[in-house]
Design a protein around this ligand. Structure first.
Ligand code: FMN
Length: 360
């Protein structure tokens, strides 16, 4: 019987349990995206807290494209030495760490007047109204190269893998979304075309890091907005990535415009509200070989044990609960199996950094 504390592998990464810290923007890096002591401590607390795998906050891969303040960067080689210290520290506690790499796009209001922001088509973003510059084929090539460069730097920095951020309405997710992607070329139209950029990003990353390095992706099961990515289309993308050799797929859903159906749903205060993407992730897990990571509203051991027993889902990723209690998994290893203290109030994003409202 599978248990939450099984030792497992994702590609060559040895994991000590099935708990993953889902990627969480900390808003604590300096203005160029470099590490600060405060940010280093967040990762130290997580590693000491016994979470099997830490997915970092989304890191920007092009210097002039930072969708939010305080994000980590990976846009040039100046990051390698400092990230080496970070990954060594995490490894010294027996935890593993994967860098999430992203191009944000127009789902932001940060410095939008000072930057040219790429998108699949020049349409206003559903929530912010920011209009993208429609990417040329040359821009697409440059983006793919930037993802590859970022992954190679992550590997040189000692990260155990990379995760492509293709969820939540950021640029790669916009390509999948028919409202944002109104292109008439081979990158638009039917899902085979809308997903093309993601497949090319994956291929380039794989070419740069090799077969025995973990490459993960985070993707929406659907966008939960009108004219958004559908579940059937998401399933197609997951199956194609599986054929290509993706090492794990984290199944999330929604964008900022999806409001209460978005990715960080509020008020998860009863077992029936937990694991809100479970049915989608379970269906995907049934259809593909690669391990599936479920995220979204996971709060109690009992819920996750049940999912492990009843579905083919392999891993459980948590974001807000580990903001409130970075030592949650250590607590669950011990005698105290009570559910996470997080009440999903969504007040963790602050201008001084991401932190639990009740601990301020
Ligand atoms: C403060 C905050 C920052 C987040 N930053 C990211 C991010 O950088 N990348 C990402 O893929 N998801 C990000 N998310 C979404 C989470 O990874 C996760 O998908 C979502 O919160 C649902 O999981 P939870 O119920 O365990 O919080 C963020 C969520 C929060 C609350």
């Amino acid at each position: 019987m599978r248990t939450l504390f099984d030792k497992t592998m994702i590609n060559k990464i040895e994991l000590k349990n099935r708990f993953i810290r889902s990627s969480t923007w900390e808003n604590m890096a300096d203005e160029k995206g470099h590490l600060t002591d405060k940010l280093f401590k967040v990762y130290k607390d997580l590693a000491k807290g016994q979470v099997g795998l830490i997915l970092t906050g989304y890191a920007f891969i092009m210097q002039n494209e930072q969708p939010n303040p305080g994000m980590m960067g990976i846009y040039n080689d100046s990051f390698i030495d400092e990230y080496k210290k970070l990954t060594d520290m995490v490894h010294s506690y027996g935890s593993k760490i994967v860098l999430q790499i992203a191009y944000g796009g127009t789902q932001t209001k940060y410095n939008t007047d000072k930057r040219i922001i790429w998108g699949p088509s020049a349409v206003p973003e559903m929530e912010t109204g920011v209009v993208a510059k429609e990417m040329s084929k040359k821009d697409i090539k440059a983006l793919i190269k930037a993802f590859g460069d970022a992954a190679a730097r992550a590997k040189a920095s000692g990260f155990d893998g990379v995760q492509i951020h293709a969820a939540h309405g950021y640029l790669l997710s916009q390509f999948l979304n028919p409202y944002h992607n109104q292109r008439n070329d081979e990158y638009g139209g039917r899902i085979e075309n809308r997903a093309r950029i993601i497949f090319e990003v994956y291929d380039e990353i794989r070419r740069r890091v090799g077969n025995d390095y973990a490459v993960l992706i985070k993707i929406n099961c659907q966008d939960f907005v009108e004219k958004g990515l559908t579940f059937k289309e998401s399933m197609y993308v997951c199956k194609e990535l599986d054929k290509k050799g993706i090492d794990a797929i984290e199944v999330s859903g929604g964008t900022w415009a999806a409001k209460e159906l978005g990715f960080s749903r509020p008020n998860i205060n009863s077992p029936d509200k937990e694991a809100y993407f479970k049915s989608y992730a379970a269906q995907i897990a049934k259809e593909i070989k690669a391990p599936v990571i479920l995220v979204g509203g996971l709060r109690s051991i009992e819920t996750m044990e049940c999912i492990l027993a009843e579905t083919a889902i392999d891993y459980f990723a948590l974001s807000r609960p580990l903001i409130a209690e970075p030592d949650l998994i250590k607590r669950w290893y011990g005698w105290d199996r009570t559910k996470a203290k997080c009440v999903s109030c969504n007040r963790c994003r602050t201008s001084e950094g991401t932190m639990c409202f009740f601990k301020r």
